[in-house]
Design a protein around this ligand. Structure first.
Ligand SMILES: [Zn+2]
Length: 78
């Protein structure tokens, strides 16, 4: 259920961002489009990140540079 909670936090954040845009005098329709675009962008970004982490799980990720570890060593740091 943690992911569902995060989803709501994300939606709440996007809604607040949209209200902020409305506060600047931007038309409602543009505010909604920008908010939806932002939401979609975050979803894609998080999805890709999750995919990358899932792919890297067998060998892990370097704590220093974030590269995937291969053969027990980081290709950048070791
Ligand atoms: Zn590294």
């Amino acid at each position: 259920m943690l992911s569902a909670k995060r989803e709501w936090i994300l939606i709440a954040g996007v809604m607040l961002f949209m209200i902020g845009l409305l506060g600047t005098g931007l038309a409602l329709i543009y505010s909604v489009i920008i908010a939806i675009g932002l939401y979609a962008a975050i979803k894609v970004y998080v999805g890709r990140k999750k995919l990358k982490i899932a792919r890297d799980v067998p060998e892990g990720i370097c704590v220093q540079c974030g590269s995937s570890i291969s053969g027990g060593k980081c290709p950048h740091c070791d």
